[in-house]
Design a protein around this ligand. Structure first.
Ligand code: ADP
Ligand code: MG
Length: 249
């Protein structure tokens, strides 16, 4: 089906060298269409979080171009950021705020009125099954609840693109499946474009419409699960992934 809409994300020629000389991204290009569930898979240190940091304005000074829904995210990361909701890899929640405040303050930060932010906070507390915990501080929540709160926080300001950096890392299997349900609902009901990084390949297989494989700061291959399996060998995405990562550099 032809899709004339502006891509959620357009990255071209992106290179990032950290101050200590580490080359994290090497002329990386990637396009993520508007809508759908997209995976970014690669080993530790391949550059996933650096790429996400640049998209969200947290990592500065790259060479190259990043557009979020057509807006230059390098020159003006503020505007791009309003369109992006980020669940960072590290769980970071202010322990002096209640769950509801974590959400409503985030909305205020992004310019929502107090009433709108509160209403949205309550809506998300229900959507993520946290309504009974609205007055609870994050350090009193279970690990799974904290994860859900973190994902909910990324969505308060109704971003068109949600970026989830290893949202299920270290989460037990049962809870992981719960989170999948939330993420699928989110993508379908809220029409949010999702970019997900994960080390759980069965998770990517279950959720993602298409997948980009990243290695050494470059995109190695892109395609649907079936396309990657056809190209690199199956029967599972895991097999294709391992074979792709072994291809010569
Ligand atoms: P991933 O998220 O795929 O594990 P990262 O983007 O975190 O990869 O890291 C890519 C490379 O950049 C790694 O070699 C990592 O050690 C390095 N790196 C990440 N952040 C920094 C930093 N702040 N300073 C220096 N090197 C960094
Ligand atoms: Mg990372």
């Amino acid at each position: 089906m032809p899709n004339a809409s502006v891509p959620a994300l357009e990255v071209s020629g992106l290179t990032k060298v950290y101050d200590d000389g580490t080359a994290a991204l090497d002329d990386l290009s990637l396009t993520v269409p508007d809508g759908g569930f997209h995976g970014l898979l690669g080993p530790n240190g391949s550059g996933k979080s650096t790429l996400i940091g640049i998209i969200t304005g947290l990592v500065r000074g790259p060479a190259g171009h990043v557009k979020v829904f057509g807006h230059d995210a390098v020159a003006d990361h503020r505007l791009a950021r309003t369109m992006v909701g980020l669940t960072p890899q590290e769980v970071h929640l202010d322990r002096f705020l209640t769950a509801r405040e974590v959400l409503s303050f985030h909305g205020r930060y992004f310019g929502m009125t107090k009433a709108d932010a509160n209403e949205r906070a309550d809506e998300l507390l229900v959507a993520f099954n946290l309504e009974g915990k609205s007055g609870t501080r994050p350090n009193r929540l279970s690990g799974g609840m904290r994860r859900r709160l973190l994902i909910a926080r990324a969505l308060v300001h109704r971003p068109r693109l949600a970026i989830l950096d290893e949202p299920t890392a270290g989460v037990d299997l049962e809870l992981r499946h719960d989170l999948w349900t939330y993420l699928q609902r989110l993508q379908e009901e809220q029409r949010t474009t999702i970019l997900l990084t994960t080390h759980y390949l069965e998770e990517a297989e279950a959720l993602c419409d298409d997948i980009a494989l990243i290695r050494d700061g470059r995109i190695l291959a892109e395609g649907s699960v079936d396309e990657l399996i056809e190209r690199f060998g199956g029967p599972r995405l895991e097999d294709a992934y391992l074979a792709a990562m072994e291809t010569s550099r």
